[in-house]
Design a protein around this ligand. Structure first.
Ligand code: ADP
Ligand code: MG
Length: 811
């Protein structure tokens, strides 16, 4: 049982040992018991720890705590711990409430076996329970002993304490008595002292006794204190002892409860055992019945076995038959499949054959067509082969002809090349011819020596009074006079004139310029060129010279000439020619020169007006003209020139309401001085281009004018008559010394070098087609014819070598 002590008997002993192992050998002390009480409940909470597993198990039985699943299969634990099997309350209950269930109620053998197993388990349970009971009884006994012991101890302690208390009480009583006597004595002594205050000896003795009394009193007090301390201690001990007793009592009660529950459990188990015995008996009865049944069943089984064997034999036979049949079926199926395939094949063949039959029928029809077609096609083929033969023949022929054409082509090629060469030669010759023509033109002019005259008739303008132009002016169409003759009717009389060129009204500015371009060109070659426009007001002088402002197509001779000069200058650059150009523009109005390009006209006018030097015309030895104070502008592009022309036109119109009125009463002189230098040949040229828009020539009709108009008319008359005088004088001139009245007018004096024989002079006579202007027109034409007849000399080119002659001073 000692070995069981550690495992079985639950709780207390185990806990006690754990709490204080030293107390294991001696009897349980009061101290240990009190401690255990607390620890026991602590242990209860330590669920699942290895040490306390068993304790909890058993204790759960006691306390009725539901703790399932710790040892649900008691048999499995058998022999694992000290050869005993443990049960919990649940296990036991499960065991008791277990019911026998059978698949076959009459399987007595199985029932019997189960029963035996059940009985075995019940026995094991009972055995375990008995052991447990014994353990509990032992434990109970032990605890009771411990309780008695502690009670005894307690009683002893109480007794001892009571004795001590009595003793102490006695001492206290004694001490109180002595204290009272001492106080009495003290009182007595003090009264004595008062009575016998003067007796010193007695006093000394009394003081001594007093000191002694005090000492004894102190001693008494000390002993009293120690005794009261002892009493406190004893009381404390008593209290603790009482507490221990109370705790032990509690423990005892608890144990008693535990014991009673164990007893209760025991009785229950006893009942269970009885029930188990009864069931065993019943089981045995049933077993015997089952055994009987079994024997009868065995007989039945044997007969059934026999039947089974016969059935098996018959089944085997049937199986064999079935296999054979299956085999047969398979072979039949294969055959069937073959038959099916055959059938499908046959069907497809039938379909193909029917299709073929249809086709054949169709073919039979189409073959007839085909035969017919064949016949026609063979005919065609025959004809085609004939054609082919013919084509082949043709091809041969054409091959031959191709060869011929090829040779011809090559011949042509050669011819073309030759022609090309010829063309190049011709072009070269043409250029040469052009050069020659130029030279010849100049020689002709030189040989001719007269002033050339071009006539230009302007078209009728919408503003013009309607006149029968066709009747008044006509142009002869004879080959001789074509483009050179003009007939004008006046008073039924026809006057015929012929000039170097007559421009009809429909001829454009371009047509006019083409005719004079050669003349302009010669200015670059070093000639002095002078082009006048003569005619009555409104006949188209300004139109011819300047053109219509704002209409590029209607540009006049001046802008066109300048364009050409600048273009030629550019092309001559490659030949080494470099040109410098200077432009001046002036107006002669009432015999005074006005600078049209001057920017500070007033200042210079004021300065030179007083000494008469303003715009004085001077000619130097080399025949160059110079006008003092005249603005001369270097130009190198048409843009610059057109800007200057605009400026001049503006100056000319300043302060005047009717521009044509003003311009018709003044001569406009545009001068371009050209100085060229060829760097490679060291050749220098000096050319001058004068383009003059003269004042209106209708002087005769204006004879009746007065005032300013008279003055203007007189001035115009003077200058124009001077011009004609100069021209006629030049024509008549036989000797160099003969006088030419250049100085009679500013215009003639200014143009002296240009008119003096060595210049190329051209006059445009402008004619208005208006019927009212016929008289004036006739006058102009007569004047022009006289001019045209004049021979003024041979134009001379002004060229020099740089080394021999210094450059000219211009302006
Ligand atoms: P002028 O200068 O002689 O007084 P204009 O040159 O001013 O005369 O010409 C007078 C008018 O006749 C202008 O309106 C001008 O446009 C026009 N005119 C002159 N000649 C022609 C022509 N050949 N073709 C068309 N219109 C012309
Ligand atoms: Mg004019």
């Amino acid at each position: 049982m000692a070995s069981n002590n550690q495992n079985k008997p639950p709780v207390l002993s185990n806990n006690i040992t754990k709490a204080s192992p030293s107390s294991n050998k001696k009897k349980l002390g009061v101290d240990e018991v009190t401690c255990d009480k607390e620890q026991k409940f602590g242990a209860e909470k330590m669920v699942g720890t290895a040490n306390n597993a068993r304790i909890r198990q058993a204790f759960s039985v006691v306390n009725g705590i539901q703790d399932l699943g710790l040892s649900s299969n008691p048999a499995s634990n058998a022999g694992s711990e000290c050869g005993t099997i443990e049960f919990t309350r649940e296990d036991v209950e499960a065991l008791l409430s277990e019911k026998m269930r059978y698949k076959n109620k009459f399987n007595y053998k199985e029932r019997c076996e189960n029963m035996m197993d059940y009985i075995k388990r019940l026995r094991l349970c009972i055995k375990w329970f008995q052991e447990l009971e014994g353990d509990y009884a032992f434990e109970h006994e032990r605890l009771r002993n411990a309780l008695e012991l502690s009670e005894q101890k307690c009683a002893e302690m109480e007794l001892a304490l009571r004795n001590k208390e009595e003793e102490l009480n006695l001492i206290i009583v004694e001490l109180r008595k002595s204290f009272a006597s001492l106080q009495e004595k003290l009182a007595k002594e003090e009264s004595d002292k008062l009575v016998r205050g003067l007796d010193s000896e007695f006093n000394v003795a009394a003081l001594d006794s007093l000191a002694r009394e005090k000492e004894t009193r102190l001693n008494m007090e000390r002993s009293h204190a120690s005794l009261s301390e002892d009493l406190g201690k004893a009381q404390e001990e008593l209290q603790s002892a009482n507490q221990r007793i109370a705790s032990i009592n509690d423990m005892y009660k608890l144990l008693q409860e535990y014991n009673s529950s164990l007893q209760h459990y025991n009785t229950k188990l006893q009942k269970d055992i009885d029930a188990a015995h009864e069931s065993i008996k019943r089981g045995e009865k049933e077993k015997s019945a089952i055994v009987e049944n079994l024997s009868t069943l065995r007989g039945q089984y044997k007969s059934l076995q026999e039947q089974l064997s016969t059935y098996k034999a018959s089944q085997d036979e049937a199986m064999r038959q079935k296999d054979a049949l299956v085999h047969e079926v398979a072979s039949m199926r294969v055959e069937l499949q073959q038959v099916r395939d055959d059938r499908d094949h046959q069907l497809s063949q039938v379909q193909a054959l029917t299709a073929e039959v249809i086709k054949h029928k169709e073919l039979a029809v189409s073959s007839e067509d085909l035969e017919a077609r064949c016949a026609s096609q063979s005919n065609q083929i025959r004809s085609l082969s004939d054609q082919l033969a013919a084509a082949e023949e043709k091809l041969e022929v054409s091959d031959l002809s191709a060869l011929e054409t090829k040779t011809e082509f090559e011949g042509q090629k050669k011819l073309i090349n030759e022609l090309r060469n010829h063309l190049e030669d011709a072009e070269y010759k043409l250029i040469e011819g052009e050069k020659l023509r130029k030279r010849l033109h100049n020689t002709i002019l030189e040989l001719k020596g007269n002033i050339r005259v071009f006539c230009r008739v302007r078209p009728l303008l919408p503003d013009d009074s309607s006149g029968s132009e066709g009747k008044l002016i006509s142009y002869p169409t004879t080959t001789e006079a074509l483009g050179r003759g003009i007939d004008i009717m006046q008073n039924g009389q026809k006057h015929s004139f012929s000039f170097d060129r007559v421009f009809m009204p429909d001829e454009s500015q371009e047509d006019v310029f083409v005719e004079i371009s050669q003349l302009v060109q010669s200015a670059l070659d070093g000639y002095k060129v002078c082009i006048f426009a003569y005619g009555q007001t409104g006949s188209g002088k300004t139109y011819t010279m300047m053109g219509k402002p704002g209409h590029p197509d209607l540009k006049g001779l001046i802008p066109r000439s300048l364009e050409q000069i600048f273009q030629t200058r550019q092309s001559l650059l490659s030949q080494g020619w470099k040109y410098e150009m200077q432009v001046s523009m002036l107006e002669i109005y009432n015999e005074t020169i006005r600078d049209l390009l001057s920017t500070n006209r007033d200042a210079s006018r004021l300065e030179n007006a007083c000494n008469g030097k303003q715009y004085a015309i001077k000619h130097d030895a080399s025949g160059n003209t110079h006008v003092t104070d005249l603005t001369v502008v270097d130009v190198c592009s048409t843009k610059e020139v057109s800007y200057l022309l605009d400026r001049a036109a503006h100056s000319r119109s300043v302060g005047k309401t009717q521009m044509n009125e003003q311009s018709s009463r003044s001569h406009f002189v545009f001068t371009l001085r050209i100085s060229g230098l060829n760097e490679s040949t060291e050749q220098q040229v000096q050319g001058i281009l004068n383009l003059i828009d003269l004042a209106g020539s209708e002087r005769l009709s204006k004879s009746g004018s007065t005032g300013d108009r008279l003055k203007e008319t007189q001035a115009i008359n003077k200058s124009l008559s001077s011009l004609s005088d100069v021209i006629f004088a030049l024509a008549k001139k036989e000797k160099k010394e003969d006088h030419v009245p250049f100085r009679n007018s500013k215009l003639t004096y200014l143009l002296q070098p240009c008119l003096g024989g060595d210049s190329k002079t051209l006059m445009f006579v402008n004619i208005s087609p208006e019927a009212s202007s016929v008289g004036e027109s006739l006058c102009s034409l007569r004047f022009a014819a006289r001019v045209n007849a004049c021979e003024i000399g041979t134009p001379r080119r002004q060229t020099s070598m740089r080394s021999s002659e210094s450059r000219l001073s211009l302006g």
